[in-house]
Write a new protein. Structure first.
Length: 415
């Protein structure tokens, strides 16, 4: 059995790759042996596997930047605290030891002919964490693709390594439905030939990408990459030919997809995984003209404020990279920020509201274009009352009258 207590000390800060990049064998061993390093703190990203559970807080302390998937249970139970910071700050926070990375657990690919292990499915904040780590422990997983990652590792970089053959942890796949396709069709109208795209993951971003089949020379510079990029790259829609930096390369931080994506990126020099400093850094993003940021939200208000974090009192989202990308798109020549979301939660509630029920994750000063299945509201540079009118037009019809009354009561519209 792996004896991690020889390497991990009580009170250490521990970090590992998120989502598909979680080294599952190492994480399971780390959790099982937690009593040996009581008081260790863990920084969590997206938690697909569900390995970390509430009972593990008897010996460990947890923080997370997001409430995605299984993290919500930990946060609701009060055993994980939230770090509401933009993604662009992660590198600096790790280097300053505000997010501690004394021990880094990594999932890597088998080595190439030069003996180099790729980080495989994620670079992002693992890159600065590896710079700070006292101890690096590796899971060499033969089901992980060899990708072109900003940092590569050799056997001598590992204090300990273990071999495995496990499917990476995956999220349940979502297939775009009619609603997502309608949102995607409206969003596509703002994406021109030669644009460089940033987008999240899931059925809605995939629907938007699917609506871009007739575009030319699109580029990608994104925090995450999903299955939606594969078809467009294979068809020559995404070429990255017009980007002034990283020309010819699809740039991402983490691969959050399925085997379709993993097989496509394996030893594919057209895709590179970079650190969060590069994917989200203001100085890098400032070099991208025609930058289109495609993000979602839990809810948005009538003036363009965005809550991307809380739903019904539970932390389900994140500050994440949206503030970084939204601002970059707003100042990019020819760029645009798209906030895309269904207009309602089924028949229960509108996702366009008069007052946010959670924090302001992105302020209305950064408002760009908001898109639902009912159309698009371009709020760029508009005064408040005009914004309200435009947002009402893309709200679900069942809620428009009530929203208009609330807006009048708040003085946002004249009665």
């Amino acid at each position: 059995m792996l004896d991690l207590a020889k390497l991990i000390r009580p009170g250490d800060g521990v970090l590992w790759g998120q989502g598909t990049a979680e080294p599952q064998t190492l994480v399971e061993a780390f959790l099982a042996q937690r009593a040996a390093y009581r008081g260790a703190s863990v920084f969590l990203g997206i938690n697909y596997s569900g390995a970390v559970r509430v009972e593990h807080a008897d010996a460990l302390r947890f923080t997370a930047y997001c409430g995605t998937i299984h993290n919500r249970k930990l946060i609701d139970a009060g055993v994980a605290d939230v770090r509401p910071v933009p993604y662009s700050r992660f590198g600096a926070l790790i280097r300053e030891a505000r997010i501690r990375a004394d021990v880094v657990l990594v999932q890597v690919s088998p080595p190439n002919a030069q003996g180099e292990h790729s980080l495989g499915l994620s670079a992002e904040y693992l890159v600065p964490a590896l710079e700070r780590a006292r101890v690096v422990i590796a899971e060499i997983n033969d089901q992980v693709p060899w990708t072109y990652t900003e940092r590569r590792l050799r056997a001598e970089d590992f204090a300990l390594s273990v071999h495995s053959s496990r499917s990476p942890a995956l999220a349940a796949a979502g297939t775009p439905g009619e609603l997502e396709r309608r949102v995607g069709a409206h969003a596509a109208g703002f994406i021109r030939d030669g644009a460089t795209l940033e987008f999240g993951i899931g059925a809605l971003p995939d629907a938007i990408l699917a609506a871009l089949g007739d575009r030319r020379d699109l580029g990608v510079h994104s925090g995450s990459l999903g299955d939606g990029v594969v078809d467009l790259m294979q068809r020559g829609v995404i070429t990255n030919a017009r980007k002034p930096i990283d020309a010819g390369k699809t740039i991402g931080g983490v691969l959050l997809g399925t085997r379709k994506l993993f097989d496509f990126v394996d030893r594919n020099p057209a895709v590179e995984l970079r650190s969060s400093d590069h994917t989200h850094g203001a100085q890098v993003l400032a070099q991208l003209p025609n930058f289109v940021a495609i993000n979602s939200a839990v809810e948005v208000d009538l003036t363009g404020q965005v809550n991307g974090e809380l739903a019904n009192g539970s932390y389900v989202g994140a500050v994440g990279g949206a503030p970084d990308f939204v601002h970059a798109a707003n100042v990019s020549p020819g760029g645009v920020s798209l906030i895309c979301l269904p207009s309602a939660v089924g028949t229960k509630a509108s996702r366009i509201v008069a007052r946010l029920s959670g924090p302001v994750s992105t302020p209305r000063s950064e408002a760009g274009v908001f898109v639902t299945e009912y159309g698009a509201a371009d709020l760029r540079g508009l005064p408040l009352r005009t914004r309200v009118t435009r947002m009402l037009e893309i709200a679900h019809p069942d809620f428009r009258e009530a929203l208009e009354r609330e807006a009048q009561e708040m003085g946002l519209l004249r009665g």
